[in-house]
Design a protein around this ligand. Structure first.
Ligand SMILES: [Zn+2]
Ligand SMILES: [Zn+2]
Length: 250
C-alpha cells in the first residue's frame, strides 16, 4: 500500500514537472520570438527558477498522489468520470467554483506571506526573480509550494467536479501561472483593459505585484484586491520592452 502511494506521488510529481517544463518552455520560446532580449542576462536567475519550480513539482506531487491513489482505490473525493453524474450546465460552474475558491485561498495566504516574517521565510524566494520570467511560474520556497499544493487536493473532497473539468482547472492554473510572469501580455486587450479587465488578472496586473510588492495579491480575479483596497491597477510593460529591444539590437 505504501509503495502504491509512493508510486502515485512519484507519477504526479513527474506529470507536474513535465507539464511545467513543456508549458514554461513553450512560453519562454514565444518570448524569445516576440520580445528578443527580454530575458537577456537572466540566465542564472532562470536556472534557479527552474530548480525551485522542479522542487515545487515534488511538493505538489505528494498530496496530489495520495488523493489520486485514494480516488482510484477507495473512491475518495467527489471527482466523477461519468458524464451523466451531473447536469451539463454544472461543468462550467464547477470550473468557476474551483477558480474562485483557489483565488480566495491564494489571495489571503499570499497577503499573509507579505507580512515581514513569513515573507522572509517563505515568499522572498519568489520575489527574488526580478523581473520574473516564464520559468518563474512555480519558483516557490517549499513552504509556499505547500500552501499551493494542498488547495486542489482538498477542494476535490468538497466540490463535485468531472475529470474533464478538473483538467480544465489545472490547464488554466498552469497557463495563468506561466503567462502572469512572462513579462508581456499574450491575451487580447479586452481581457486586461476595459470592463472585463477590471475583474480578471493577467500579466499586467501581476507584474505590478512584483514591482510594488504590497498590492495586487490576487491570482485569477481582482475582486478581493478591489474589495480590500489592495488593487493598484495594472502595470505597463512599455519601458521593459523598449529596453529589451535596445539590448536585442546591440
Ligand atoms: Zn508576492
Ligand atoms: Zn508572482
Amino acid at each position: 500500500m505504501i509503495l502504491a502511494i509512493l508510486l502515485s506521488a512519484l507519477a504526479m510529481t513527474l506529470i507536474v514537472g513535465v507539464r511545467y517544463l513543456i508549458v514554461s518552455g513553450a512560453f519562454a520560446a514565444a518570448t524569445r520570438m516576440k520580445h528578443p532580449g527580454l530575458y537577456r542576462g537572466l540566465d542564472p536567475q532562470m536556472r534557479s527558477e527552474i530548480v525551485w519550480s522542479l522542487a515545487s513539482a515534488a511538493i505538489y506531487g505528494i498530496p496530489a498522489g495520495v488523493v489520486a491513489w485514494g480516488w482510484h482505490n477507495h473512491g475518495w473525493t467527489r471527482i466523477y468520470t461519468d458524464g451523466d453524474a451531473m447536469p451539463l450546465w454544472y461543468a462550467p460552474l464547477s470550473v468557476l467554483l474551483y477558480l474562485l475558491a483557489h483565488d480566495t485561498w491564494f489571495y489571503w495566504t499570499h497577503r499573509w506571506m507579505h507580512r515581514p516574517k513569513p515573507f522572509k521565510l517563505a515568499h522572498a524566494l519568489h520575489h527574488a526573480s526580478r523581473p520574473p520570467t516564464a520559468w518563474a511560474a512555480m519558483a516557490f520556497h517549499p513552504i509556499e509550494a505547500l500552501t499551493g499544493a494542498v488547495v486542489i487536493p482538498l477542494l476535490v473532497f468538497a466540490i463535485p467536479i468531472s475529470t474533464t473539468s478538473l483538467g480544465f482547472v489545472l490547464a488554466i492554473m498552469t497557463i495563468m501561472g506561466v503567462t502572469n510572469h512572462m513579462g508581456w501580455e499574450i491575451f487580447p486587450r479586452f481581457m486586461w483593459k476595459g470592463p472585463l479587465g477590471k475583474w480578471l488578472i493577467t500579466a499586467s496586473h501581476h507584474q505590478r505585484h512584483h514591482e510594488l510588492y504590497g498590492c495586487n495579491y490576487g491570482l485569477y480575479f481582482r475582486h478581493w484586491d478591489r474589495l480590500c483596497g489592495t488593487d493598484r491597477g495594472i502595470g505597463d510593460f512599455a519601458r521593459d520592452h523598449a529596453r529589451a529591444a535596445k539590448r536585442a539590437a546591440r
